[in-house]
Structures are given as C-alpha cells and as structure tokens.
Design a protein around this ligand. Structure first.
Ligand SMILES: [Zn+2]
Length: 141
C-alpha cells in the first residue's frame, strides 16, 4: 500500500492497459473476494469500474479466443468497487441486479428464527427472494 504522495506525477494521466488498470486496483485494494459486493452484499468476485472517473480510458480488448469488445477503465483505483458477478454484469450490461441492498440483508438477519413465509411478509418481498437473500447472507458470513 502506498500513499497518494508517493505516486508518480503522471499516475492518473499516463495511458495504461485495461489489464494494468485491474492489476493496479488489486495491488491497492486487495483481492475482490476479500470484500462484499457494494450493491447486494454477496461476496464480491470482481473489481468493477464505476464508470464515473475523470481519468477514464477506453479501447478495444482482444481476447485470446478471438472475440473482441469495447471496454472502459480508469487509472484511478478509487473508481472501482467490489461487485459480485451478477451486479457486475448488471452494472456493465444492464442485467437485472439483485433486488435488495446490504441494508435489506441486515434487516433479514435481524429476523433470524422466522420461517421464510414470515420473513417474506415482514420484508414485503416474495419467498423466492427470501431464499436468495438467505444465500447472500450465508455467503457474506
Ligand atoms: Zn452483488
């Protein structure tokens, strides 16, 4: 870990690759799976670019299997948040993300001992959502 004062003057402005940006995030913040997803509270799996950095870079990425895609990234490690793969996909591709927040998981944890039906009624969500939230709670540990 290093302080902002130790950074090279061109740390934010010098072009770096998508992979180098992700390496940088891991170096500064650690592995994504040591954090919880900022959107749903599951254990995170990826570092996810928030998309709002003033130091944004972008380009076409070529995968080894021949596919290519256009991606954005940032030299600023604070422009990244830990996300589970579902919320990461939701953020990047507009998929439906988990319909609960970390605060909702806290509320569910406080209802420990109740049945799924009771918890669903109390939180105003469907029993299947409660099942998924219970799994998220277990993963959060
Ligand atoms: Zn998530």
């Amino acid at each position: 870990m290093f302080g902002i004062r130790d950074l090279p003057a061109d740390w934010f402005t010098k072009p770096i690759s998508y992979g180098a940006a992700h390496d940088r995030v891991r170096r500064v913040h650690g592995r994504a799976d040591m954090h919880v997803c900022v959107d749903c509270g599951h254990r995170a799996q990826h570092w996810s670019y928030n998309g709002d950095s003033e130091f944004e870079q972008s380009g076409e990425i070529h995968y080894s299997h021949g596919a290519k895609t256009f991606l954005r990234w940032s030299t600023d490690t604070d422009a990244y948040s830990p996300r589970c793969r579902f919320c990461h996909a939701a953020k990047d591709y507009g998929f439906t993300r988990a319909p609960w927040t970390p605060a909702d998981l806290d509320a569910l944890a406080a209802l420990k001992g109740m049945t799924v039906a009771q918890q669903a009624a109390r939180l105003g969500v469907s029993p299947s959502t409660i099942d998924r939230m219970r799994r998220a709670l277990r993963e959060r540990g």
